[in-house]
Design a protein around this ligand. Structure first.
Ligand SMILES: [Zn+2]
Ligand SMILES: [Zn+2]
Length: 300
């Protein structure tokens, strides 16, 4: 397992008894990343038995209230719980100023944090890559994100055993793709004969947006596309007017980008009684689609 995704909030503009404002917790072996933090997300953490103090990064798609109202509350509680790391916060231009304004209203945050206003590459480590591309959502700067666990080069332990190679720094050289000389037999060992590539995984999160080419670009070949689906197929004009997607449009993105699975979220109040109808519309175009509700979990 590379990713565990916990849907803390799957509603849209107005939260309901069933659907909280948006918040998606993405866990990797080394990171706990929260994408958006609508109102009530800190309670959703508690109900899901997840710990906000384990958060490493907060990615903000945009500053509309249903995606950001929960930020001061979450940070306030993290401060009371002695959050000891430095929270890395990513968001559109203006994010630093907005966080300062929140501190003007609610007093200084009691946690350490760093603001990274977004360029194309958000973050990169040897294991992880986070990318962002701008979406089209009213006149509000909005980003979609891809979180990618990179391919890993692994040593084939069985083959190493057969070659009787000692556990020494030469193994690291092999892993880096460098050929070595066996310390005992003095024979050359080709790195390519003992290493293999463990394929990484990619998830893409597209929240509020109207149809635009970057949706396909950012989600290209993703293992999982989590996509907003605020409107039904027959509400296309309303979706366009409010810069959102219909089920059909979300499914078309999944199909064109050749993703493996599509997850529909950001379900509007109007459609929550019959989410299966939305699901069926998407499935006509992209079969491997699910619709999520609060506290659903996915492992990929
Ligand atoms: Zn929204
Ligand atoms: Zn929005």
């Amino acid at each position: 397992m590379d990713f565990e995704i916990i849907f803390l909030g799957t509603g849209s503009a107005i939260p309901t008894a069933k659907h909280n404002h948006t918040g998606i917790l993405v866990k990797t072996p080394k990171e706990n990343i929260l994408v958006d933090c609508g109102e009530g997300i800190q309670r959703q953490f508690k109900i899901a038995k997840e710990n906000p103090c384990k958060l490493t990064r907060l990615l903000i798609t945009h500053w509309h209230a249903d995606h950001a109202l929960g930020i001061p509350g979450l940070i306030y509680s993290m401060g009371l719980n002695n959050y000891s790391k430095t929270l890395q916060i990513y968001g559109p231009e203006g994010t630093a100023k907005k966080l300062s304004s929140l501190q003007y209203i609610y007093n200084k945050f009691k946690i350490k944090y760093e603001v990274n206003e977004i360029t194309k590459k958000v973050f990169e480590s040897p294991e992880l890559l986070i990318e962002a591309l701008p979406m089209k959502h009213h006149n509000t700067t909005t980003f979609a994100y891809s979180i990618i666990i990179k391919d890993k080069t692994r040593l084939d332990k069985e083959k190493l055993k057969k070659l009787n190679l000692p556990n020494s720094p030469i193994l690291k050289k092999l892993q880096e793709g460098k050929d070595i000389i066996h310390p005992k037999t003095k024979k050359k060992i080709k790195a390519s004969s003992v290493i293999y590539t463990e394929k990484g995984k990619k998830i893409t999160i597209i929240l509020d947006t109207a149809v635009n080419p970057n949706t396909i670009k950012i989600s290209q070949s993703a293992d999982l596309l989590i996509c907003e689906s605020s409107f039904a197929e027959d509400e296309e004009a309303r979706a366009k007017e409010s810069y959102h997607l219909t089920t059909k449009q979300a499914a078309e993105i999944a199909k064109k980008a050749k993703v493996k699975q599509l997850v529909l979220t950001h379900i509007s109040q109007k459609h929550e009684i019959h989410p299966e109808a939305l699901l069926l519309e998407a499935k006509k175009i992209f079969k491997n689609t699910i619709a999520v509700k609060d506290f659903d979990k996915l492992k990929i």
